[in-house]
Design a protein around this ligand. Structure first.
Ligand code: OXD
Ligand code: MN
Length: 600
C-alpha cells in the first residue's frame, strides 16, 4: 500500500487480473536485493559466482528464445496511427488491450507480483520522472535495483503525484500446484512490448530480457519520455553523457547518440591516449536534456546502472567497465568458468581452456563457436565505475556543450564532421545510418537508417521528432546551444580492416570537439560540414599511416552523391511531416556536393 490512491487502485486491479500468489511492495533495500538473488538461486535461474573472484554477483542464462529486444513485437499504441509514424509498429490501444487482457489474465499464477516504484533520475531532481513497474520476475526486480533508484524513498517523493504505469509479466504462469519452474521463464511464442503514450502506460508480456522487461529503461526513459519531452519542450535521447577535462582543468560535457551496441559504454568511460586529458562518465545510454534558466541545455542520466554489452569488453578495450563489474553485478548469457567466474569473447587474449557456454554446453577454444551470446550483458551499479563523474547525480544535470551523432559505417562517413548550424546538425542526425547489431533480434550487419539512434526508441512520429529538434533549436539562443557533430569510428579500408583504431584514441576526436566548442580548434569547410583543418587533430604518437588518415577523413563526393537517392527515399517515408528545414538542408547538401563534384 502507498499514500497514492491511484497507485493502490491500479495495483489491486492488475493483481486481480494477473492472479499472483502474493503481492510484494519493493522497499529498495539491500536485504530485498539479496532476497531476489536467493530466490533466483533457489529456482535455478541464477548461479552465484565465486565470492573471492566476483563478490556478490550472479550468473544467469536466458532461454535461447529471449536474448534481445524484439523490435518486431514492440508497439506504439497511440490513439491515432499517424502519431506512431512510419518507423514504429502501431496498434490501436483498445484492440491491443483486448489482445493483452486475456494474455495477462492469470499470467502470474504461482508467482509473486512485485511492485517496484522507481525514479528515472536522481530522486527529486526537477528533470527526474517516476514510474511504477509491476513484474513477476525476481530477475527484473534485482536488475531494476541496479538500473534505477527504487523503493519506498520513491513513493515518499511521489506522494499523490502522477507516475508511468508499467505492467510486466514473463507470461509463464505456474498453473498446477508444485509445478516446477524453468530456469528462465518466458513465453517463447508470444511477446508484446506495448506503449500507450497518451495514458503513459507500458504493458510488456512474454520476455524477461532487459530492454523488453526493465521498463524504466527503453520503454519509459525513451519511448514514453520522448513523447513527454515533445509535449513539454525537452529532449529524451539515446545518448551517453561524458565529462571531458583539458590539461588546464577546464571541464565540458558532451552527449553522444550511437545505435545499440556501437560503443556508447566504451566512449562514456574511455581512457584518453592524449596526455593530460581526462574523461569521466555521467551516463552510457540515455540522456534527458532540459533548458536551464540560463538558456543552456542541461542533461541528466536517468539511469542508475549500466546494462552493457559484454563481448568485446576487456581491460584493453574498456578498463573502467571491467572495474565496474568486479562485484555486485548480474551477468546474463556469457560463459561460465569451471571456478565459477565469467568469460566472453575477447575478455582476455587467451580464452580459458574450458568453459560452459551460454547454452550450457561444454566449450573449449577448439569448439569453433562463440561461447557467449553476442548480446550477453552485464548489469552493474554506475557508482562502481572508477571514472564516474562527481556531478553524475547532480539534480540540475550537467551543461551540454556538444552532441555527437555516430553510426557504424564502413564507408562514406568521415571520422568527424561538425555541423554548420543546429538545423544542419538536425539534418545529420536525421540521416544517420548504421549496420545492425545483436542488441535486437534479426539480421546483423544490415545497413539501415537509424535517425538520432532513436529508430527503435522514438515513441511518436519520427517526422514530428525531427520537427521537435528544430523547434528546440529555434527557441534557443544559438550561442548557448550545444554544437552538433557527426562521428564514425568504423570506416574500413579496401582490405576490410578498420582504418581508425577507436577506443582510447577516440579521445583525439573528443579533444578536437572540445577545442571547437572552446573556439580554439581549427576546421575547414567542406560540402558536408566542417572537418578538422590540417594539423588540428592531435595525432601525436598515433601509429595510423597518413594514407589511412586521409581515407578516414575523406569527404568522398561521389560516394555522398550516390547516397542521396537512399536519403531521399528515407525522407519520403515521413510525407508531409518532414520539416521544410530538413528538405532545405538536403537540397543545400546536394548543391554543395554537385558544386564540388564539378570542380573535381
Ligand atoms: C541497450 C540497447 O540495451 O540499446 O541499451 O539495446
Ligand atoms: Mn541503448
Amino acid at each position: 500500500m502507498s499514500k497514492n490512491k491511484q497507485l493502490d487502485a491500479w495495483v489491486s486491479e492488475m493483481a486481480t487480473m494477473c492472479q499472483p500468489d502474493a503481492v510484494v511492495w519493493c522497499d529498495g533495500s539491500s536485504a530485498e536485493y539479496d532476497r531476489m538473488l536467493h530466490v533466483m538461486e533457489q529456482s535455478g535461474t541464477a548461479i552465484r559466482l565465486d565470492e573471492g573472484k566476483r563478490p556478490h554477483s550472479i550468473y544467469v542464462r536466458s532461454d535461447p528464445a529471449d536474448v534481445a529486444r524484439v523490435e518486431e513485437f514492440t508497439f506504439i499504441c497511440s490513439m491515432s496511427k499517424d502519431d506512431a509514424g512510419p518507423t514504429n509498429n502501431w496498434k490501436d490501444p483498445a484492440e491491443t488491450k483486448a489482445i493483452l487482457t486475456p494474455l495477462f489474465t492469470g499470467c502470474m499464477k504461482g508467482r509473486t507480483l512485485y511492485v517496484i516504484p522507481y525514479s528515472m533520475g536522481p530522486i527529486g531532481s526537477p528533470i527526474a520522472k517516476i514510474g511504477v513497474e509491476l513484474t513477476d520476475s525476481p530477475y527484473v526486480v534485482a536488475s531494476m535495483h541496479i538500473m534505477a533508484r527504487v523503493g519506498t524513498k520513491v513513493l515518499d517523493v511521489l506522494g499523490e503525484g502522477e507516475f508511468v504505469r508499467g505492467l510486466h509479466s514473463v507470461g509463464a504462469p505456474l498453473e498446477k500446484d508444485g509445478q516446477p519452474d524453468t530456469p528462465w521463464p518466458c513465453n517463447a511464442k508470444t511477446k508484446y512490448i506495448c506503449h500507450f503514450p497518451e495514458t503513459r502506460e507500458i504493458m510488456s508480456y512474454g520476455s524477461g530480457y532487459g530492454g523488453n522487461a526493465l521498463l524504466g529503461k527503453k520503454c519509459h526513459a525513451l519511448r514514453i519520455a520522448s513523447v513527454q519531452a515533445r509535449d513539454e519542450g525537452w529532449l529524451a535521447e539515446h545518448m551517453l553523457i561524458l565529462g571531458i577535462t583539458n590539461p588546464e582543468g577546464v571541464k565540458k560535457y558532451i552527449a553522444a547518440a550511437f545505435p545499440s551496441a556501437c560503443g556508447k559504454t566504451n566512449l562514456a568511460m574511455l581512457q584518453p591516449t592524449v596526455p593530460g586529458w581526462k574523461i569521466e562518465t555521467i551516463g552510457d545510454d540515455i540522456a534527458w536534456m532540459k533548458f536551464g534558466a540560463d538558456g543552456h541545455l542541461y542533461a541528466i542520466n536517468p539511469e542508475f546502472g549500466f546494462f552493457g554489452v559484454a563481448p568485446g569488453t576487456s581491460l584493453k578495450s574498456n578498463f573502467n567497465a571491467m572495474k565496474a563489474i568486479e562485484r555486485n553485478t548480474i551477468f546474463t548469457n556469457c560463459a561460465l568458468t569451471p571456478d565459477r567466474d565469467i568469460w566472453w569473447e575477447e575478455m582476455t587474449d587467451t580464452p580459458p581452456a574450458e568453459l560452459t557456454d551460454w547454452l550450457r554446453r561444454p566449450w573449449t577454444p577448439a569448439s569453433g563457436r562463440k561461447t557467449a551470446h553476442p548480446n550477453a550483458r552485464f548489469c552493474a551499479p554506475a557508482s562502481q565505475c572508477p571514472v564516474i563523474s562527481r556531478e553524475w547525480e547532480d539534480p540540475k544535470g550537467v551543461r551540454i556543450d556538444a552532441i555527437l551523432f555516430g553510426g557504424r559505417r564502413a564507408t562514406v562517413v568521415p571520422l568527424v564532421n561538425e555541423a554548420l548550424s543546429w538545423q544542419h546538425g538536425t539534418f545529420l542526425g536525421s540521416i544517420m545510418s548504421s549496420e545492425t547489431t545483436a542488441a535486437a533480434a534479426g539480421a546483423v550487419g544490415a545497413l539501415r537508417f537509424d535517425p538520432f539512434a532513436m529508430l527503435p526508441f522514438c515513441g511518436y512520429h519520427m517526422g514530428d521528432y525531427f520537427g521537435h529538434w528544430l523547434k528546440i533549436g529555434a527557441k534557443a539562443d544559438p550561442a548557448r546551444l550545444p554544437r552538433l557533430f557527426n562521428v564514425n569510428w568504423f570506416r574500413k579500408g579496401a582490405d576490410g580492416k578498420f582504418l581508425w583504431p577507436g577506443y582510447g584514441e577516440n579521445s583525439r576526436v573528443l579533444k578536437w570537439v572540445f577545442e571547437r566548442v572552446a573556439g580554439t580548434g581549427k576546421a575547414v569547410d567542406t560540402p558536408i560540414g566542417r572537418l578538422p583543418a590540417p594539423g588540428s587533430l592531435d595525432l601525436a604518437g598515433l601509429s595510423v599511416p597518413p594514407s589511412a588518415m586521409d581515407q578516414v577523413l575523406k569527404v568522398d563526393i561521389e560516394a555522398w552523391l550516390a547516397e542521396l537517392p537512399a536519403v531521399r527515399a528515407h525522407y519520403e517515408k515521413f510525407g508531409d511531416k518532414l520539416p521544410q528545414g530538413l528538405k532545405d538542408e538536403l537540397a543545400a547538401l546536394e548543391k554543395r556536393l554537385q558544386g564540388a563534384g564539378a570542380k573535381v
